[in-house]
Design a protein around this ligand. Structure first.
Ligand SMILES: [Zn+2]
Ligand SMILES: [Zn+2]
Length: 433
């Protein structure tokens, strides 16, 4: 049972560290134990090691480590892709030959259908995508997809690297060295940015990987259980739980000790009958399938909320500032809104048509072209340093906000997200653009 225990401890630790490393930075986990563990892993432990190394070797060891860490996290490289594909390939080539003779024909067919999918969707996510990368050829088209909401995105900002106006919802990626349309995040798993064109393939990758891994665990359970039961009946007495002398049978310790004992006992029976090839890989699958599924659930939540990972961070910043009492919401001037809200699709009217009565300077027309998006923002948000209503407005807000309309807001519920069309429309937008 020692082997089973070691394998379980190792797999649970790796799964936990992977979970914290992948999920811990998400705004949803700010101010939670997972967020703390993430900071521990990414900030506190490296800086403690750095201080120790500075004392011992004048920083020689950690300099190399930081260079490697920087390369892994902030450079374009296929190492994580190779690791992932290598892991899937190695697991499949150990697992399938060991169990193939025990599989029924419909399971063999399903394996043929499910196994290639993560490879295909990873390729589609990682491939250079003309809808995701913004360049001078598609820039005009990219500007027409989304309006500036004047909460997360403002018109008139130029990318200092690409030298064109940043379309709403886009972000420059310093790793891919390009502006990315509807930027979600740069993903080291696919060695690419996820944006307007390839986000759907990333979702398909998460779904297909979760299904493949869960199916692998199920196949191991299905085929090895009859063998494990036979083994158990033969050596039953070895696996019976014997409480520690003097322990109280109703205590929580005894309860968990007993559960842990039987889990280890069954794992070791499965390892006996299936070996590392079938049972070890099956156990790894059992413990890791929630990882891609959890990440997929998070992205379904983002789609439901009408935001990207990049935007969820911006919303979380607004939420923190609202809690501090320094955020004010102002109404838009009607004459800066579209003229006819019921007939805006494909015929959107520019926000400034020369009818503005504002005396403040108006940026040139080409900063905010017509968009095909059905909604537009009816208000603006402003942070103030003092917690008092803004007296003078920043120039990018001044020409669109009604003066004197600013009211303090304490929660995001008061703010409209124009990029949220409702779950089904958001999903269609993600899948079919
Ligand atoms: Zn750029
Ligand atoms: Zn990128």
């Amino acid at each position: 049972m020692t082997l089973a225990r070691n394998i379980i401890v190792f797999t649970v630790t790796v799964s936990l560290v992977t979970f914290v490393a992948f999920f811990g930075r998400l705004p949803a986990f700010r101010n939670t134990p997972i967020g703390f563990l993430h900071r521990l892993l990414i900030v506190y432990i490296p800086s403690a090691l750095r201080n120790l190394d500075l004392k011992l070797t004048n920083g020689r060891i950690t300099n190399g480590g930081f260079r490697l860490g920087h390369y892994l996290m902030h450079d374009k490289h296929p190492l994580v892709v190779i690791f992932f594909l290598g892991l899937v390939t190695a697991c499949a080539s150990l697992f399938l030959p060991a169990l193939w003779h025990l599989l029924r024909p419909h399971h063999k067919l399903l394996v043929f259908l499910l196994l290639p999918q993560p490879y295909i969707f990873l390729y589609l996510s990682a491939k250079k995508n003309t809808q995701t990368y913004i360049n001078t050829l598609n820039h005009a088209e990219q500007m027409r997809y989304y309006p500036y909401d004047r909460v997360l995105y403002y018109p008139g900002h130029t990318c200092s690297t690409c030298k064109f106006l940043k379309p709403a919802r886009s972000k420059h990626c310093s790793i891919c060295k390009t502006c990315v349309s509807r930027m979600d995040h740069h993903c080291i798993w696919v060695n690419n940015c996820l944006g307007r064109g390839n986000y759907k393939w990333f979702l398909a990758l998460l779904l297909s990987t979760a299904i493949l891994i869960a199916y692998g665990a199920y196949l191991a359970y299905l085929t090895l259980t009859p063998l494990a039961e036979r083994q158990y009946n033969k050596y039953e007495r070895w696996y019976i739980y014997v409480p520690k002398p003097g322990s109280n049978s109703s205590s929580w310790f005894t309860y968990f000790d007993k559960k842990g004992h039987y889990f280890l006992a069954f794992t070791s029976i499965y390892l006996d009958v299936g070996g590392i090839q079938a049972s070890g890989v099956g156990l790894l699958a059992l413990l890791t399938w929630p990882l891609p599924l959890g990440l997929l659930a998070y992205h379904v939540y983002l789609i439901w909320a009408g935001m990207t990972t990049n935007e969820s961070g911006k919303w979380a910043d607004w939420s923190d500032d609202m809690a501090d009492g320094v955020v004010f919401l102002g109404q838009r001037k009607e004459d800066t809104m579209r003229e006819n809200r019921s007939d805006t699709h494909m015929h959107a009217i520019p926000l400034r048509s020369g009818r503005s009565s504002s005396s403040s300077p108006i940026p040139p027309e080409d900063e905010e072209p017509l968009t095909t998006w059905p909604l537009e923002s009816r208000h603006v948000l402003v942070r103030t340093r003092t917690g008092q209503a803004p007296k003078t407005l920043p120039s990018h807000i001044k020409h669109v906000a009604k003066e004197g309309s600013f009211e303090q807001v304490w929660s995001l519920a008061a703010v409209e997200n124009v990029y949220d069309l409702g779950f089904w429309d958001n999903l269609q937008e993600v899948l079919f653009n």
